[in-house]
Design a protein around this ligand. Structure first.
Ligand code: ATP
Ligand code: MG
Length: 196
């Protein structure tokens, strides 16, 4: 499952759990993206924070793991590279790439899409309010999965922290504590924090 995970929240976790159950997956590997956009001026938290929050959020589930593949590869994250790395790390595995249905259309419009379909099947999870549209993609390689209504987004979580509002129960407890400890999403980064 690819994502920025800034921060990871219960929407991501429910989506992963639902897809794992529906598609009988042995393992869900969460792959936080690299941090290319920082250079372009938008505010994505340092990869190490996003990685550690993802580890904290998934630690108790024996079927969930976290991969550093994207954060250790220099440059912008392309799904094709993620899948090549995972295919190498899990030889012979049948791979499914899980992401939001919003992101999926964009990924599959790329020029490499034929190789993408060779490497994996794609599962787009839909958020409440997202309309399933005709996607015109190969039906045997692309699936859409509705997940229970979880109107949670990382953007909203960051805005809440910034405004001093609670994120308890939107993100796992350990992630609330990690955000507070490192003063993420507040104005000034904590001294000594990675990337501070
Ligand atoms: P942001 O608000 O910063 O865009 P996000 O909440 O969309 O963050 P991402 O890290 O971008 O989180 O999420 C990875 C994928 O998970 C995205 O493709 C997104 O569509 C999907 N996703 C995020 N939140 C939910 C949710 N509540 N239910 C289902 N899918 C979700
Ligand atoms: Mg998003």
């Amino acid at each position: 499952m690819g994502g920025t995970f800034d921060p990871i929240h219960h929407g991501h976790l429910v989506a992963a759990s639902e897809v794992a159950s529906f598609f009988h997956l042995d393992e869900v590997v969460f792959v936080p993206t690299g941090e290319p956009w920082q250079k372009e001026g938008t505010n994505v938290s340092p990869a190490e924070h996003r990685y550690l929050m993802t580890v904290i959020a998934t630690a108790s589930n024996p079927d969930f793991t976290v991969s550093r593949a994207d954060i250790e590869r220099p440059g912008k994250t392309y799904t094709i590279d993620t899948l090549r790395d995972l295919a190498e790390e899990y030889p012979g595995a049948e791979l499914f790439f899980i992401t939001g249905a919003d992101a999926l259309a964009q990924i599959l419009s790329w020029k490499d899409s034929e190789e993408l379909f060779e490497l994996a099947q794609f599962i787009g999870v839909t958020r409440p309010g997202y309309e399933l549209s005709e996607h015109g993609l190969p039906a045997d390689r692309v699936h859409l999965q509705e997940v229970p209504a979880m109107a949670i987004s990382s953007t909203d979580c960051r805005a809440r922290v910034q405004a001093g509002e609670p994120v308890w129960y939107l993100v796992p407890d350990g992630v609330v504590q990690y955000i507070n400890k490192h003063r993420l999403y507040a104005d000034a980064p904590a001294p000594g924090a990675p990337g501070a």
